[in-house]
Design a protein around this ligand. Sequence first.
Ligand SMILES: Nc1ncnc2c1ncn2[C@@H]1O[C@H](COP(=O)(O)OP(=O)(O)OP(=O)(O)O)[C@@H](O)[C@H]1O
Ligand SMILES: [Mg+2]
Length: 246
Amino acid sequence: MSEIRIDSIAKSFDRTPILKDISLQIEEGEFVAVLGPSGCGKTTLLRCLAGFETLDAGQIEIGGQTVSGPSRHVPPEKHNIGVVFQNYALWPHMNVAQNVAYGLKIAGLAKKDRAARVAHVLDLVELGGFADRRPADLSGGQRQCVALARGLAMESRVVLLDEPLANLDVHLRGALEEEFAAFHARSGATMFYITHDQAEALALADRVAVMNHGRILQFDRPEALFRQPTCETVAGFIGEGRVLEA
Ligand SMILES: Nc1ncnc2c1ncn2[C@@H]1O[C@H](COP(=O)(O)OP(=O)(O)OP(=O)(O)O)[C@@H](O)[C@H]1O
Ligand SMILES: [Mg+2]
């Protein structure tokens, strides 16, 4: 059970409202992209889903369980959710393989299975030869790939990804986009995928949530966003189209 229900949530920082009355219902196994400009609240929304932030109002249910709400907050380590952070959040004192294996170890996977799983995901992101390196000795793109490998290694029923391809070159982006699609098809995981990149969102997602200033403007299938944008902002944001008076 991995459907996600976000019900009228609100979140402020220092009395500045960042998320304003956000509701989304995501089906089990759905691939949802969240698309919106910088600062609109995408990472904050992901952090609320993962349990890193408490809510000011509303509630979040994952797989039928309330994970965050007025009287309940499940901390991140109690969720079985894979997260790929925008800032990578790698352990500096651990090498690449240890970083990827850490969550598997906490989850109680046997050592032999851990090693096989780590080797597999590092190959996926083309870092098979970097298992012994420390994060400090990697490029930004390589660090991003380690964060990605770590998120996928958990094989969770729900995977949250915060701009996982933003710092990669075109070659690796294309390859990993395909890998996400394959991972999704294979695992049936519910995917919540934040991006700035419209093409990426439209290519990968079953539905796209277009976000601006802490609100969801429209949550719909890619073709519906093109054909029936519900407001001018969405129309302007998708397809860089031109709005004509009619
Ligand atoms: N812990 C915090 N304390 C205070 N303000 C915060 C905090 N976290 C985020 N904010 C503010 O909330 C707003 C939304 O930030 P958020 O990181 O969610 O944006 P975003 O949509 O992910 O942007 P980007 O695309 O640049 O990553 C920003 O104005 C940011 O400064
Ligand atoms: Mg962000």
